[in-house]
Design a protein around this ligand. Sequence first.
Ligand code: SF4
Length: 243
Amino acid sequence: MLARSPRAQRRDHLTRDDLRERITAAEVRREHLEQRRGITGEHAAASGRVKRAATATHEPQPPQPIVQRREHGKVKRHVNDHAILAMAERFRDSGHILRFIEYMDVGMTNGWRLDDVVSAEEIHRAIDAEWPLEPLRPHYPGEVASRYRYRDGAGEVGLIASVTQPFCGSCTRARLSADGKLHTCLFATRGHDLRDLMRRGATDHELAQHLRGIWGARADRYSEARTAQTPPLTKIEMSYNGG
Ligand code: SF4
């Protein structure tokens, strides 16, 4: 599941100049595609405006590391729980951080069962027994992953206990779907239509006010309320909501 593709491995060795060249080439290709598909600068500007308006409702965030890449791994009981150590080992001494996320009932199609969840505590126990760990301080308040370093200096690993230790109280997740719906929870059943507001000519200020209103009225706490019975609730798919 986590084996890095040859393409990803090649990417690890790219220089900054290589990357810059590739980004430029990708931009040219994107513009070309957008022209062919009739996507205008107005569409691109619209998503940028939502982003700026959303950012304006928050305190500035501390800078994030841009070089160290984070990989994510899900563990499902009887599927890949035998491979926890193999996954951890793959990223030890690699310069990249593997973050294990507890298997969640996102969307309606993954057939989630509570019994299939391998808890972050179990994962920690398995890794710690092989390569002792010690906790690290979070990068910022509300960071979803608990951070640990290998005591032997082989790097860092993260654990996201999204099922067994939900963090709805400090959650700041907002997602914008391609059709302009803002979702304030990964498990939302409906979104707030921003496209319509923008098409009616709302200014950036009005958009920011609207976002503040949505965010201020937010009462999402799906993970805190999750039980074995909640999965059948109608939820949006992650693929619809930006992965
Ligand atoms: S369940 Fe919703 S509110 Fe809770 S942490 Fe996840 S995205 Fe945030």
